[in-house]
Ligand binder design. Sequence first.
Ligand code: NCD
Ligand code: ZN
Length: 363
Amino acid sequence: MQDQAQTLTITRPDDWHLHLRDGAALASTVPWSAAQFARAIVMPNLKPPVVDTAQALEYRARILAARVPGSDFQPLMTLYLTDRTPPQEIARAKASGAVFGVKLYPAGATTNSDSGVTDLRNVHGVLEAMQREGMPLLVHGEVTDSQVDVFDREAVFIERHLQAIRRDFPGLKIVLEHITTSHAVDFVLANDARDARGAPLLGATITAHHLLHSRNAMFRGGLRPHYYCLPVLKRETHRLRLLDAACSGDPRFFLGTDSAPHARGAKEADCGCAGCFSALHALELYAQAFEQAGRLDRLEGFAAHFGADFYGLPRNAGRVELRRQAWTVPLSLDYMDTSIVPVDAGETLHWRVAPAGAAATQA
Ligand code: NCD
Ligand code: ZN
């Protein structure tokens, strides 16, 4: 068989969409992500959300303080766009050097999105400022209209809103986040405009769980809340399109885990929260997906090159080694004073990140 290499060494990867939460959670979430990634785009959907540069800088300091000694993990901060975000905030955010994107949550679309945008007309001035400043718009691409079937909300968002944003702000950098459908893949492929540096103006992140699972995973033998996230897993044909896109070597598709930790009790409940936790073993999950597609050779571009190139940041200098080694994802982990269930708990994975220090860090 091909691809029976026992080790795979790639440039240190980054996570271009991550939820770290705040407070006591940081003591767990920051070390988990830092063990796998050099940098991460940190989502602003705290309670209350991170709406201005001052709050982003304070949040950044709390994240840095939660690193284990010697860690060089860098959080790349984002602002949460609201109906009331002043356009002048964008220049402040840019000048801080710490804010790398502004997040659009349609109001009510997902966990902690109540302060999101109710009508895109309310943020035109902000989008103009972002286009001018070269500040990327990070989009949770789902309509919230309860008349629209939950499995169609991404496709309908693209039709109703994203086409118009692209048309009205042709120079705006946009990341369509955690894409889940062939419609999203098609939309990205149809937009190949470049910025002044030659980097794509439109990109998309893809999670590991959307590469590995179709919606069947939520119903395998019963209701499986730990596979419930937003945008929700879709049918197998969509998963195959996403895997194809991720493995294509097209620099518009890059890694974003959307690891979204929720304590076990908040997921195993009458009205369980949306979010899959994958930070612990993200790279191993992606390696599993790429190996299934016979394209382990494309993992490095997707995980470590294309996101940095999109954001105009240097690629990481260090390397990380994965080893072929069967291991079982833990059923549960300690998380604050409770526990958390990772994606694919109890399942066997075939790759494992070598511990830092083994081969991980030399430039
Ligand atoms: C995220 C969360 O829990 O913060 N949940 C999720 O299902 N992905 C929010 C989000 O990114 O949609
Ligand atoms: Zn998210």
